[in-house]
Design a protein around this ligand. Structure first.
Ligand SMILES: [Zn+2]
Length: 208
């Protein structure tokens, strides 16, 4: 028996880890049934701190991937929510500027001064505003070439009195066939501010 015991003791650590063949396992079990000493040794090996994983070990192992996944998911979720909130805020803000006050027309823009480039392809318009408040951001050109330049001016972003995007000088490309530049007015019409003198080819203010 002594000899078999020492063999079983050698095998036991592997046996409790379930790392032995079916034959060896049967041999160990058979021996444990009849040998109290080896059975005691086997129980000791099975105890917590031995080779057998405890119930909590198993639980933790199972829970870990889920925890990691949850953590990752929440982090990704937070980033997504934050991005959505920021994007929405930006869209709303830009929407207010563009659709709201940003496209407000200025009907009181007047021509202060102007200069035509030497090659005659561009005119710089220095503008002012009749009202005591407000700024101009830009204009839309509904003409040129065959048609006179009908310029519609727009207020700065964020309202009449905002300086955001404010400009006083505007460049307008000129076509050789261009003859007139008009500014938009409150009644929806336009006022002639500059015309090309047919004989001299110079841009001048219309005679009043
Ligand atoms: Zn034994």
């Amino acid at each position: 028996m002594k000899n078999e015991c020492s063999i079983v003791r050698d095998i036991l650590p592997l046996y409790v880890e379930d790392m032995v063949s079916a034959d060896t396992s049967a041999f160990v079990e058979e021996h444990l049934e009849k040998c109290a000493e080896c059975r005691e040794e086997w129980k000791n090996l099975k105890k917590p701190g031995g080779f057998e994983p405890t119930a909590t070990d198993i639980q933790n192992k199972d829970a870990e991937p889920l925890k990691v996944f949850k953590k990752k998911w929440t982090k990704r979720n937070r980033i997504m929510i934050a991005t959505t909130v920021i994007a929405t805020a930006l869209i709303v803000l830009l929407g207010c500027c563009f659709i709201g006050t940003g496209f407000l027309k200025r009907n009181d823009v007047f021509l202060v001064d102007y200069s035509v480039s030497e090659d005659g392809t561009e005119i710089t318009l220095h503008t002012g505003i009749a009202s005591s408040m407000g700024y101009t951001r830009g204009f839309k050109d509904n003409g040129g070439g065959e048609k006179p330049h009908y310029l519609t001016f727009y207020a700065t972003f964020g309202g009449l009195n905002s300086t955001f995007g404010a400009k006083r000088e505007f460049e307008l490309e000129l076509d050789k066939t261009d003859t007139e530049i008009w500014f938009n007015r409150a009644d929806g019409g336009y006022e002639l501010v500059l015309q090309k003198n047919e004989t001299t080819g110079e841009w001048v203010r219309p005679a009043k």
